[in-house]
Ligand binder design. Structure first.
Ligand SMILES: Nc1ncnc2c1ncn2[C@@H]1O[C@H](COP(=O)(O)OP(=O)(O)OP(=O)(O)O)[C@@H](O)[C@H]1O
Length: 248
């Protein structure tokens, strides 16, 4: 199959074997610019492995991952971040003893563009960016709060904010609402809906109520390959999806 360069992300014929077991098996997966995609599927389907492959944490046995037409599989993890791929893991990696403002500040890429040499303008740009992102992730009232004192949900939002400071073209979130209160889940759905259209987002999630609130297009993974793909209604009505996942 030839690559389609119109997609932000083109995953083609991707395979990874762990001791002969194919966790991802000849997968083709495409994400558009500014799309919000939800990936669902049973335990062990390969969802987390797919994100590990895209961000370079795991290297494939075969196949290609193109991001803006550029092959990622040969690049080290930090270069993939530079290319514009941000990944949030399930456990937040924030600095508890720093304030929200400081956490956002340390996440800002250094020496980017023309502001690198102009300290004053750079500080101004940084400050504007911190205020903007704090607003997006619902932490504008908590800028001077130590991150360790935030609620579980706020910590997750802060980590999303830290990724946004790098302005990624693609943001990948693995079960972002795990452990959140009902209200925090609702607010997270709103947050992701606001971010879609500005960034491409891939979300792995098991909570189907949440998926319904954010899922425009849903990919169902099963045994390392795509079982079904489409809008929520189509996927929910697919008997194969009911058999392996939704019916359980
Ligand atoms: N580094 C590894 N070494 C060996 N096996 C692995 C490794 N990473 C993942 N696997 C296996 O690959 C399969 C897919 O795992 P993965 O975590 O991607 O599934 P998942 O769809 O994210 O599941 P869950 O919903 O439970 O998180 C599992 O059988 C897992 O045990």
């Amino acid at each position: 199959m030839s690559s389609n360069t119109d997609f932000l992300l083109s995953v083609e014929d991707l395979t990874v074997s762990f001791d002969g077991f194919k966790a991802i098996d000849g997968l083709n997966f495409y994400v558009d610019e500014k799309e919000l995609r939800v990936v669902i599927g049973p335990n062990g389907a390969g969802k987390t492995t797919l994100l590990d492959l895209i961000c370079g944490k795991t290297k494939p046995t075969d196949g290609s991952i193109k991001f803006r037409g550029r092959e990622l599989t040969k690049l080290p993890e930090h270069r993939i971040v530079w290319e514009g791929v941000g990944r949030k893991f399930q456990t937040p990696s924030i600095y508890d003893s720093l304030t929200v403002r400081e956490n956002l500040e340390v996440s800002y890429p250094r020496g980017r563009g023309v502001w690198g040499a102009l300290a004053f303008k750079r500080d101004q740009a940084l400050n504007d960016k911190i205020l903007e992102i704090a607003g997006v992730v619902l932490l504008d009232d908590a800028l001077d709060t130590e991150a360790g004192l935030l609620s579980h949900g706020q910590k997750q939002w802060l980590e999303i904010g830290m990724l946004l400071m790098q302005d990624p073209a693609l943001l990948m979130l693995d079960e972002p609402i795990a452990g959140m209160s009902a209200r925090e889940r609702e607010l997270t759905a709103e947050l992701l809906n606001r971010l879609a259209g500005k960034h491409s987002i891939i979300v792995i999630e098991h909570d189907m109520n949440f998926v319904k609130q954010i899922g425009r297009k849903v990919t169902v993974l099963h045994q390392g390959a795509i079982l079904a793909e489409g809008d929520m209604e189509t996927v929910q009505a697919d008997q194969r999806v009911i058999d392996v996942y939704l019916g359980h």
